[in-house]
Design a protein around this ligand. Structure first.
Ligand code: NAD
Ligand code: UPG
Length: 481
């Protein structure tokens, strides 16, 4: 029986391994982690991450051919194929700080593999890493090899949160990069055999190592660039009276452009886009390509501009001050159907409003209070470490923040509402009831374009929607980012 071990039981390691276990009953899969707390949660009925359909998959295989364990070394030493899916945060200190990937966790995993391995292993990069990481990992492994053969593969993950299970079930493609030697090709084939249990072989792409590593960064850069492009257009729409949804639809019907990933928003978030683009920028700079680096940097600049622009709209609409005013924040996760808050635009928007002395009442159906408080007090990039190793906060959360369990409670007596995540349940709220319980004039700032603007205006709200023709109230208000 082939034995697979995955180091890192996070958003990627957990769901990907659960899918392999489900589709390959003859493979034994162990997911290991240094966080005992996370492993205990994977072994309980309350999984450590919220992902539609995940629990059902885990329940079918757990204890049969899927195991979660904190005994990292035992499972690594027994495995034939080892996936490494650990954190690769942005460096906060030293060379490349603020851009380069910090490979501390990756390196420590590689050293541990070299220490405990007693038989030949295929080591698979599942984490997103800089191009040429495989070379560094190879050096660490072979210099400590004791005669053991290690083959390194790059197999980046393309799942998106909230749709992880369907993405894994039916991926657009699986990418496997390996050395073009006979041993390298054999290792690629071994991994291909695993995926081929459920993925059509024409969707399993095999490349050299560096193409696979770079394709992951490039894919995220292209996707994020699309959002920054439509968000840049949203600012121009507001200035000219065009409607960004109509513009997106009109250009998306061109088959060369396509309709997906064209929703203007308060900005993209999530653990990957910003981190991976910064990483790409750093690699370009290191390779003497400052023009290419600056091109990609602009995607992040526009994203930051969009978040600042949103905060400025809120403040300027409300007579240029939100000091002491209650603002309801509906949605804190970086997108719907996940409880993940990593790099969520809600953090920057909330911090911006708090900077103008607002009082915030926050509701998100999936994000617990403790997480929101931690996010608002944490320094940039400090989130991307194993939970027990996260730096303790240097900026305790202000008393101006309250987290509540219901949208009606959040909006009671509020002056304004900011919709920051596109949860379906927000569309179904009783806005007449909400309006009746708010201060007047009552404002809605829709950062996701999910609200029925006409209906809200009929009720009496003053409404701002990203990239839509402005409410007469807002037209005269300056909103310079
Ligand atoms: N989240 C996504 O949607 C996504 C998608 C594609 C790729 N990625 C990439 O995958 C990697 C993992 O991301 P994630 O979202 O799963 O992160 P995560 O923080 O959810 O999980 C990483 C896990 O690795 C564990 N870990 C760290 N060092 C370890 C070690 N030495 N030994 C054992 N366990 C260790 C941590 O405790 C943590 O549980 C990152 O490189 C990320 O960029 C993420
Ligand atoms: O039209 C759109 C689409 C997305 N977003 C925002 O963009 C962010 C990222 O969304 P999405 O890409 O759906 O989620 P992620 O889970 O971050 O997935 C991305 O990042 C992963 C980690 O690398 C990759 O594996 C995926 O392929 C890639 O889509 C979220 O804040 C979304 O709200 C928009 O604002 N407008």
């Amino acid at each position: 029986m082939v034995k697979i071990c995955c180091i890192g039981a996070g958003y990627v390691g957990g769901p990907t391994m659960a899918m392999i276990a489900l589709k390959c009953p003859k493979v034994e899969v162990a997911v290991v982690d240094i966080s005992v707390q996370r492993i205990n949660a994977w072994n309980s009925d309350s999984l450590p991450i919220y992902e539609p359909g995940l629990y059902e998959v885990v329940k079918q295989c757990r204890g049969i051919n899927l195991f979660f364990s904190a005994d990292v070394e035992k499972h690594v030493s027994e495995a034939d194929i080892i996936f490494v899916s650990v954190n690769t945060p942005t460096k906060t200190r030293g060379l490349g700080a603020g851009k380069a990937a910090d490979l501390t966790y990756w390196e420590s995993a590689a050293r541990m593999i070299a220490d405990v391995a007693k038989s030949n292993k295929i080591v698979v990069e599942k984490s997103t890493v800089p191009v040429k990481t495989a070379e560094a990992i190879e050096k660490i492994l072979t210099h400590n090899a004791k005669g053991i053969n290690f083959q390194i593969l790059s197999n980046p993950e393309f799942l998106a949160e909230g749709t992880a299970i369907s993405d894994l079930l039916n991926p657009d493609r699986v990418l496997i990069g390996g050395r073009e030697t006979p041993e390298g090709k054999k290792a690629v084939q071994a991994l291909k055999d695993v995926y081929a249990q459920w993925v059509p072989t024409d969707r399993i792409l095999c490349t050299n190592l560096w193409s696979a590593e770079l394709s992951k960064l490039a894919a995220n850069a292209f996707l994020a660039q699309r959002i920054s492009s439509v968000n840049a257009m949203s600012a121009l729409c507001e200035a000219t009276g065009a409607d960004v949804s109509q513009v997106s639809h009109a250009i998306g019907t061109d088959s060369r452009i396509g309709p997906k990933f064209m929703n203007a928003s308060v900005g993209f978030g999530g653990s990957c886009f910003q981190k991976d683009i910064l990483n790409l920028v750093y690699i370009c700079e290191c390779n003497g390509l400052p023009e290419v680096a600056n091109y990609w940097k602009q995607v992040i600049k526009v994203n930051d501009y969009q978040k600042t622009r949103f905060v400025n709209r809120v403040v300027s609409s409300m007579f240029n001050t939100v000091s002491g005013k209650k603002i309801a924040i509906l949605g804190f996760a970086f997108k719907k159907d996940t409880g993940d808050t990593r790099e969520t635009p809600a953090i920057d928007v909330c911090k911006g409003l708090l900077g103008d002395k607002a009082r915030l009442s926050i509701f998100d159906p999936q994000v617990p209070e403790e997480q929101i408080m931690r996010d608002l007090s944490m320094n940039k990039f400090d989130w991307d470490h194993p939970v027990h190793l996260q730096p303790t906060s240097s900026n305790p959360v202000q008393q101006e923040v309250g987290v509540v369990f219901d949208a009606y409670e959040a909006t009671k007596d509020a002056h304004g509402i900011c919709v920051l995540t596109e949860w379906d349940e927000f569309r179904k709220l009783d806005f007449q009831k909400i309006y009746n319980n708010m201060q007047k004039p009552a404002f809605v700032f829709d950062g996701r374009n999910i609200m029925d603007v006409e209906k809200l205006r009929e009720i009496g709200f003053i409404v701002y929607s990203i990239g839509k023709p402005l409410d007469p109230w807002l037209k005269d208000m300056p909103a310079v980012a």
